[in-house]
Design a protein around this ligand. Sequence first.
Ligand code: HEC
Length: 159
Amino acid sequence: MRKSLLTLAVGVSLGALTTLAAADEIDYPDGYRSWTHVKSMTIHKGHPLETPFLGIHHVYANERALHGLQSKHFADGAMLVFDQLQSEDAGAASVEGDRVLIGVMLKDNARFPQTNGWGYQAWPKDSRSQRLVDDGGLSCHGCHIQQKDRDYVFSQWRD
Ligand code: HEC
Protein backbone atom coordinates (compact mmCIF):
# COMPACT_ATOMS: atom_id res chain seq x y z
CA MET A 1 0.00 0.00 0.00
CA ARG A 2 2.72 2.45 1.05
CA LYS A 3 4.76 1.51 -1.95
CA SER A 4 1.92 2.07 -4.38
CA LEU A 5 1.17 5.50 -2.88
CA LEU A 6 4.81 6.45 -3.29
CA THR A 7 4.80 5.22 -6.87
CA LEU A 8 1.71 7.31 -7.49
CA ALA A 9 3.29 10.43 -5.96
CA VAL A 10 6.43 10.03 -8.06
CA GLY A 11 4.31 9.44 -11.13
CA VAL A 12 2.30 12.61 -10.52
CA SER A 13 5.32 14.80 -9.92
CA LEU A 14 7.08 13.42 -12.99
CA GLY A 15 3.92 14.20 -14.95
CA ALA A 16 4.01 17.82 -13.70
CA LEU A 17 7.68 18.12 -14.61
CA THR A 18 7.00 16.82 -18.10
CA THR A 19 4.28 19.44 -18.53
CA LEU A 20 6.56 22.25 -17.40
CA ALA A 21 9.38 21.04 -19.61
CA ALA A 22 7.06 20.88 -22.62
CA ALA A 23 6.11 24.57 -22.27
CA ASP A 24 9.78 25.51 -21.84
CA GLU A 25 10.55 23.85 -25.15
CA ILE A 26 8.44 26.26 -27.19
CA ASP A 27 10.84 28.41 -29.19
CA TYR A 28 10.44 32.16 -29.60
CA PRO A 29 8.57 32.61 -32.88
CA ASP A 30 11.31 34.31 -34.88
CA GLY A 31 10.02 36.15 -37.92
CA TYR A 32 6.36 36.18 -36.84
CA ARG A 33 6.03 39.79 -38.04
CA SER A 34 6.18 38.41 -41.60
CA TRP A 35 3.42 35.85 -40.93
CA THR A 36 -0.22 36.41 -41.83
CA HIS A 37 -1.88 39.18 -39.84
CA VAL A 38 -5.24 37.80 -38.67
CA LYS A 39 -6.78 40.66 -36.71
CA SER A 40 -6.17 43.49 -34.24
CA MET A 41 -8.03 44.78 -31.20
CA THR A 42 -7.60 47.57 -28.65
CA ILE A 43 -8.61 46.83 -25.06
CA HIS A 44 -9.43 49.90 -22.99
CA LYS A 45 -9.75 50.39 -19.24
CA GLY A 46 -13.00 48.84 -17.99
CA HIS A 47 -12.90 45.84 -20.35
CA PRO A 48 -13.03 42.43 -18.58
CA LEU A 49 -9.67 41.49 -20.16
CA GLU A 50 -8.03 44.79 -19.07
CA THR A 51 -5.78 42.79 -16.74
CA PRO A 52 -3.48 41.67 -18.28
CA PHE A 53 -4.41 42.54 -21.90
CA LEU A 54 -4.78 46.36 -21.75
CA GLY A 55 -3.55 47.96 -24.97
CA ILE A 56 -3.38 47.11 -28.66
CA HIS A 57 -2.83 43.54 -29.79
CA HIS A 58 -2.34 41.95 -33.19
CA VAL A 59 -2.79 38.25 -33.91
CA TYR A 60 -0.48 36.48 -36.40
CA ALA A 61 -0.70 32.97 -37.86
CA ASN A 62 1.94 30.80 -39.49
CA GLU A 63 0.92 28.90 -42.63
CA ARG A 64 -0.49 25.88 -40.79
CA ALA A 65 -2.41 28.09 -38.39
CA LEU A 66 -3.82 30.09 -41.29
CA HIS A 67 -5.08 26.85 -42.80
CA GLY A 68 -6.49 25.95 -39.35
CA LEU A 69 -8.35 29.24 -39.06
CA GLN A 70 -9.90 28.63 -42.46
CA SER A 71 -10.76 24.95 -41.90
CA LYS A 72 -11.37 25.12 -38.11
CA HIS A 73 -8.96 22.22 -37.63
CA PHE A 74 -5.41 22.97 -36.51
CA ALA A 75 -2.67 20.49 -37.52
CA ASP A 76 0.50 19.92 -35.46
CA GLY A 77 2.94 22.77 -36.06
CA ALA A 78 0.23 25.45 -36.28
CA MET A 79 1.37 28.53 -34.34
CA LEU A 80 -0.50 31.68 -33.38
CA VAL A 81 1.05 34.81 -31.90
CA PHE A 82 -0.67 37.43 -29.72
CA ASP A 83 1.48 40.57 -30.02
CA GLN A 84 0.49 43.06 -27.29
CA LEU A 85 1.63 46.70 -27.36
CA GLN A 86 0.85 49.71 -25.22
CA SER A 87 -1.80 51.98 -26.68
CA GLU A 88 -0.78 55.64 -26.67
CA ASP A 89 -2.98 58.67 -27.25
CA ALA A 90 -1.85 60.78 -30.18
CA GLY A 91 -4.38 63.55 -30.61
CA ALA A 92 -7.59 61.91 -31.77
CA ALA A 93 -5.79 58.65 -32.49
CA SER A 94 -4.41 55.63 -30.63
CA VAL A 95 -0.97 54.51 -31.75
CA GLU A 96 1.32 51.60 -30.91
CA GLY A 97 3.66 52.08 -27.94
CA ASP A 98 6.21 49.69 -26.47
CA ARG A 99 5.60 45.95 -26.61
CA VAL A 100 3.97 44.53 -23.44
CA LEU A 101 4.40 40.85 -24.27
CA ILE A 102 3.97 38.25 -26.93
CA GLY A 103 1.89 35.14 -26.25
CA VAL A 104 2.14 32.01 -28.34
CA MET A 105 0.01 28.93 -28.95
CA LEU A 106 1.66 25.94 -30.62
CA LYS A 107 -0.38 22.90 -31.70
CA ASP A 108 1.29 19.58 -30.95
CA ASN A 109 -1.07 16.86 -29.81
CA ALA A 110 1.67 14.52 -28.57
CA ARG A 111 3.52 17.15 -26.51
CA PHE A 112 0.60 18.96 -24.88
CA PRO A 113 -2.09 16.38 -24.05
CA GLN A 114 -3.12 18.14 -20.80
CA THR A 115 -4.14 21.30 -22.64
CA ASN A 116 -5.97 19.64 -25.53
CA GLY A 117 -2.93 19.66 -27.80
CA TRP A 118 -2.01 23.34 -27.43
CA GLY A 119 1.24 24.52 -25.86
CA TYR A 120 1.28 28.06 -24.44
CA GLN A 121 4.19 30.40 -23.73
CA ALA A 122 4.74 34.15 -23.40
CA TRP A 123 7.73 36.50 -23.39
CA PRO A 124 7.62 39.96 -21.71
CA LYS A 125 8.53 43.18 -23.57
CA ASP A 126 11.31 42.50 -26.08
CA SER A 127 12.82 39.56 -24.19
CA ARG A 128 13.44 36.33 -26.09
CA SER A 129 14.73 34.45 -23.04
CA GLN A 130 12.46 35.31 -20.10
CA ARG A 131 9.36 33.09 -20.13
CA LEU A 132 6.15 33.96 -18.32
CA VAL A 133 4.26 30.65 -18.45
CA ASP A 134 5.42 28.23 -15.75
CA ASP A 135 2.30 26.12 -15.16
CA GLY A 136 2.37 24.11 -18.36
CA GLY A 137 -0.14 26.51 -19.92
CA LEU A 138 -3.00 25.49 -17.62
CA SER A 139 -3.97 29.07 -16.69
CA CYS A 140 -3.93 30.19 -20.33
CA HIS A 141 -5.92 27.17 -21.43
CA GLY A 142 -8.41 27.66 -18.57
CA CYS A 143 -9.74 30.65 -20.49
CA HIS A 144 -9.18 29.37 -24.06
CA ILE A 145 -11.25 26.29 -23.17
CA GLN A 146 -14.32 28.46 -23.79
CA GLN A 147 -13.53 28.10 -27.50
CA LYS A 148 -13.67 24.29 -27.50
CA ASP A 149 -15.87 24.28 -30.60
CA ARG A 150 -13.22 26.24 -32.52
CA ASP A 151 -10.25 24.14 -31.37
CA TYR A 152 -9.62 26.56 -28.44
CA VAL A 153 -8.86 29.55 -30.67
CA PHE A 154 -10.78 32.84 -30.31
CA SER A 155 -9.66 34.66 -33.47
CA GLN A 156 -11.58 34.00 -36.64
CA TRP A 157 -10.55 34.46 -40.24
CA ARG A 158 -12.28 37.06 -42.41
CA ASP A 159 -11.88 37.34 -46.17
C1 HEC B 1 -9.13 35.43 -19.48
C2 HEC B 1 -9.04 34.82 -20.79
C3 HEC B 1 -7.71 34.56 -21.42
C4 HEC B 1 -6.55 34.10 -20.85
C5 HEC B 1 -6.26 33.78 -19.39
C6 HEC B 1 -5.60 33.95 -21.94
N1 HEC B 1 -6.16 34.31 -23.13
FE1 HEC B 1 -5.28 34.19 -24.94
N2 HEC B 1 -6.90 35.10 -25.77
C7 HEC B 1 -8.05 35.46 -25.11
C8 HEC B 1 -8.96 36.09 -26.03
C9 HEC B 1 -10.36 36.62 -25.70
C10 HEC B 1 -8.30 36.13 -27.27
C11 HEC B 1 -8.84 36.73 -28.57
C12 HEC B 1 -8.41 38.18 -28.73
C13 HEC B 1 -8.98 38.82 -29.96
O1 HEC B 1 -10.10 38.48 -30.38
O2 HEC B 1 -8.29 39.69 -30.53
C14 HEC B 1 -7.03 35.46 -27.07
C15 HEC B 1 -6.12 35.23 -28.09
C16 HEC B 1 -4.92 34.57 -27.94
C17 HEC B 1 -4.05 34.19 -29.02
C18 HEC B 1 -4.36 34.33 -30.50
C19 HEC B 1 -5.17 33.10 -30.96
C20 HEC B 1 -6.63 33.15 -30.50
O3 HEC B 1 -7.05 32.30 -29.69
O4 HEC B 1 -7.35 34.08 -30.92
C21 HEC B 1 -2.94 33.63 -28.46
C22 HEC B 1 -1.71 33.09 -29.20
C23 HEC B 1 -3.12 33.65 -27.03
N3 HEC B 1 -4.35 34.21 -26.74
C24 HEC B 1 -2.20 33.17 -26.12
C25 HEC B 1 -2.43 33.14 -24.74
C26 HEC B 1 -1.43 32.75 -23.76
C27 HEC B 1 -0.01 32.31 -24.08
C28 HEC B 1 -2.01 32.86 -22.54
C29 HEC B 1 -1.41 32.61 -21.18
C30 HEC B 1 -0.21 33.36 -20.87
C31 HEC B 1 -3.39 33.32 -22.76
N4 HEC B 1 -3.61 33.47 -24.10
C32 HEC B 1 -4.30 33.51 -21.75
C33 HEC B 1 -8.34 35.21 -23.80
C34 HEC B 1 -7.44 34.71 -22.87
